[in-house]
Ligand binder design. Structure first.
Ligand code: ATP
Length: 201
């Protein structure tokens, strides 16, 4: 049975996980590609053998998991390494998403930072919801949350689509430059729309 799938995307630190959690509280089924990727690269995760043979033992830590910070540094600096990692992870993440999309739910929300950059994932979404915030807010929120420096955050932002381009390609946009309280009514209004839409497909 086909179920409505809303693709949720946005730049690093724009508030995707925060907004997704609010949709989850209202009853949406959340499929988080970052969480799936973590699962695949945890100790003895399904992607570890392929990462080991493509990148070498230096990228696997003592626990048998992907060395995330080393890989982040490598793929920021090296487009071919980024593609090599994507060739391993994307098909596995895609398969997991397709499986989850079969599960019953009022509607599904596929959370994917690179949704607009990844045609295979974009194809799964009936609509694209963008979480939009200023670059200054993105940088300061990520720096509050993680040990990344401003230049590291900006290096990741350069690899993502420009803010205007994302906005041009989205069907719906939630602006997240205000308080967390301000997000709630915006999420609730869209949730009602999506739940209605889900009854029509
Ligand atoms: P990433 O791309 O890195 O996964 P994300 O887009 O999922 O990030 P979140 O993790 O939801 O973004 O938000 C980044 C940080 O900013 C979190 O610590 C979150 O609590 C905080 N945050 C999100 N929205 C707001 C807001 N409106 N006001 C204050 N803090 C916020």
């Amino acid at each position: 049975m086909r179920r409505l799938c809303i693709g949720l995307t946005g730049g690093i630190g724009s508030g995707k996980s925060t907004v997704a959690e609010l949709f989850r509280e209202l009853g949406a089924s959340i499929i988080d590609t970052d969480a799936i990727s973590h699962e695949l690269t945890r100790p003895n995760g399904k992607a570890i053998p392929d990462i080991l043979s493509a990148f070498g033992a230096g990228f696997i830590d003592a626990s048998g998991a992907l060395d995330r910070s080393k890989m982040r540094g490598t793929i920021i600096a090296d487009a071919s390494a980024r593609q090599r990692l994507e060739r391993i992870l994307h098909p596995m993440i895609l398969a997991a998403c397709k499986e989850r999309l079969q599960e019953p739910a009022p509607y599904h929300m596929l959370v994917a930072p690179l949704l607009l950059e990844s045609p295979d994932f974009l194809k799964l979404a009936d609509r694209v919801l963008l979480i939009d915030s200023t670059e200054e807010n993105q940088v300061s929120r990520v720096m509050q949350r993680s040990p990344l420096s401003e230049s590291e955050v900006r290096a990741i932002m350069v690899l993502q689509l420009p803010r205007e381009e994302r906005a041009r390609r989205a069907d719906d946009i939630i602006g997240n430059d205000g308080t967390l309280e301000e997000l709630k009514p915006r999420v609730a209004a869209l949730h009602r729309r999506y739940a209605n839409l889900a009854t029509t497909i």
